[in-house]
Design a protein around this ligand. Structure first.
Ligand SMILES: Cc1cc2nc3c(=O)[nH]c(=O)nc-3n(C[C@H](O)[C@H](O)[C@H](O)COP(=O)(O)OP(=O)(O)OC[C@H]3O[C@@H](n4cnc5c(N)ncnc54)[C@H](O)[C@@H]3O)c2cc1C
Length: 502
């Protein structure tokens, strides 16, 4: 491949779901002068779920220069401080925990105390090592406060959002079109390639053809370009992650809008509860190898108190895994077409954002050639695998014994080497964070997040006999720590107020 500049004249994005329109906005913001078209099919809809984010969605909006005050009301969006995991553990005292997004105060003041307590608890000392006592965003969530501090609070606080995915897609489409992206409707019936095996054009159902120099595959689980046409292989995560289906239905909004996603473990999977300004989105993610769709729907209805309701449920299938190469020839896949790791940590849009950002960086660095294709693919695979490991750990560490599903998950031996090492360091009871850094195990999640998960489910050895517990002296004072978090919390407003709903 030559290194001379080969900036493409025309880019065609195939697919107008959230991934397609996020990509269109990012490329239009970055590459003025390139003709960008986005093709979507009115006959084939979007998946229409995916309503929670990580802080990466904020990075995306910052990157494309769109203010919260503009997009949030249009998409019925709310703020998200993190995720509650409820009933994943039956160990008394560990029935739930909150996984917060990071705040600077945690890193500076409270996380060292948390990690210290974990270390002591792993030695069998009777200390409070439950994550809920140590994080600012856990505290503000318990008080229904939003994540934006007053101006005189000098510390950064990360947060995500909840939003209506259909409205977000429409909003992003409008924005992209106003920035010059050409919106095209049609259904791809054939993908055409040139003699060197690169994509050249797509044929539509009206027999017209759309040609481009570079293609972005945002066609969802079908992956029309990368997997179907270019035959890039797909690596299933079925052995690591059992869930392959979901059933979803809305419920009415409460007066107070919680600033968190709730993830409640059910008999054969887990249910999300996502607050928007006008409704809750709910869904049960389960394994169809353990229960039928009808059973899952009945269980979700019962969980939501909707047994007598005629609100329709929607059933979806999920393909869990990733492609071996996210960029091949003149095509990059973004969104479900490149892979999906079930929605437990709501990471899909973050991965889409990471993909487009990394692609822009590598494509520009290689003067618009495939020179850095391998580097890009390695980076994307590491990101997907890092997220997968963290999610697998939820299932591996679950402390339920009520169904074969949970028992099989806890007994699952299909763990990556990274996850095996991490669990080894946890069980060894040494300095967990130090061991993670020393062994190059920092990937998509920081030690504090791993510690929240494992401590949150109560994965600890038995306590020492009480006479051997007496001599442990904690280096920090829990009352002072709680007071510090409480005082930090004074700088935050009610979530409803932040959304201007009170
Ligand atoms: C149960 C579930 C829960 C989820 N929860 C979350 C979450 O909380 N957070 C999160 O970040 N993500 C979540 N996701 C993932 C999220 O939904 C997707 O990543 C996101 O919606 C992007 O989807 P997409 O754009 O890749 O695909 P889609 O929305 O499926 O869009 C595909 C597009 O391709 C077009 N297309 C398909 N075939 C053709 C054709 N032949 N010709 C022309 N166009 C075509 C369609 O018209 C459509 O526009 C969840 C997914 C599932 C399944």
């Amino acid at each position: 491949m030559t290194h001379e500049s080969k900036k493409p004249q025309k880019i065609l994005i195939v697919g107008g779901g959230t991934a397609g329109w996020m990509t269109a906005n990012l490329l239009a913001a970055r590459w003025g002068g390139i003709e960008i078209g986005l093709l979507e099919s009115s006959d084939i809809g979007i998946i229409g779920v995916g309503e929670g984010s990580t802080p990466h969605l904020k990075f995306f909006f910052d990157e494309v220069g769109i203010e919260e005050s503009e997009w949030m009301p249009r998409c019925n969006a709310t703020y998200k401080n993190g995720i509650s995991f409820v009933n994943w553990s039956s160990i008394p005292g560990f029935e739930s925990y909150f996984h917060p997004f990071p705040a600077q105060t945690d890193d500076i003041f409270t996380v060292p105390a948390f990690l210290n307590s974990i270390h002591a608890r792993m030695q069998g000392y009777n200390v409070n090592a439950h994550p809920d006592s140590y994080f600012l965003e856990t505290y503000i969530t318990q008080k229904n406060l939003g994540p934006i501090p007053t101006e005189n609070f000098p510390f950064g606080v990360a947060y995500g959002y909840h939003f209506d995915s259909g409205l977000l897609g429409q909003y992003l489409a409008e924005k992209a079109v106003s920035r010059g992206v050409k919106r095209i409707f049609g259904t791809v019936t054939e993908v055409l390639m040139n003699e060197s095996g690169e994509l050249s054009s797509v044929r539509l159902d009206d027999d017209s053809q759309l040609a481009a120099d570079f293609f972005i595959d945002c066609s969802g689980f079908k992956s029309l370009l990368l997997q179907s046409a270019l035959k890039v292989t797909y690596k299933s995560f079925k052995e690591n992650l059992f869930n392959n289906a979901a059933v979803v239905m809305p419920t009415a909004m409460a007066e107070i809008i919680p600033p968190e996603t709730k993830s409640t473990a059910l008999s054969n999977g887990w249910a999300w509860k996502i607050p928007l300004t006008n409704r809750f989105g709910n869904g049960y993610v389960y394994s169809a190898d353990y229960i039928t769709p009808d059973q899952a729907e009945a269980e979700l209805r019962q969980h939501l108190g909707m047994l007598d309701s005629d609100v329709a449920a929607r059933h979806l299938q999920m393909k869990i895994g990733r492609v071996e190469k996210h960029w091949a020839k003149n095509c990059v896949a973004v969104g479900l077409s490149q892979g999906f790791i079930e929605p437990l940590e709501a990471t899909a849009l973050a991965l889409s954002f990471n993909t487009v950002s990394a692609f822009i960086k590598c494509y520009e660095k290689g003067a618009y050639t495939n020179q850095y294709e391998d580097e890009f693919n390695k980076e994307m695979n590491a990101r997907f695998d890092g997220v997968r490991d963290y999610i697998v750990c939820h299932y591996k560490a679950n402390q339920r014994k009520d169904t074969d599903y949970w028992k099989d998950n806890a007994a699952n031996t299909h763990l990556s080497d990274v996850l095996k090492q991490l669990l080894h360091f946890w069980q060894a009871g040494g300095d967990f964070a130090k061991n993670m850094y020393a062994n190059n195990l920092i990937g998509s999640y920081q030690p504090k997040s791993w510690a929240c998960l494992l401590a949150g489910y109560g994965v600890f050895p038995p306590l020492r006999a009480s006479e051997n517990n007496d001599h442990y002296k904690s280096p920090h004072d829990m009352a002072q720590l709680a007071d510090f978090i409480r005082r930090c919390g004074l700088n935050f407003k009610k979530h409803n107020e932040l959304l201007r709903l009170t």
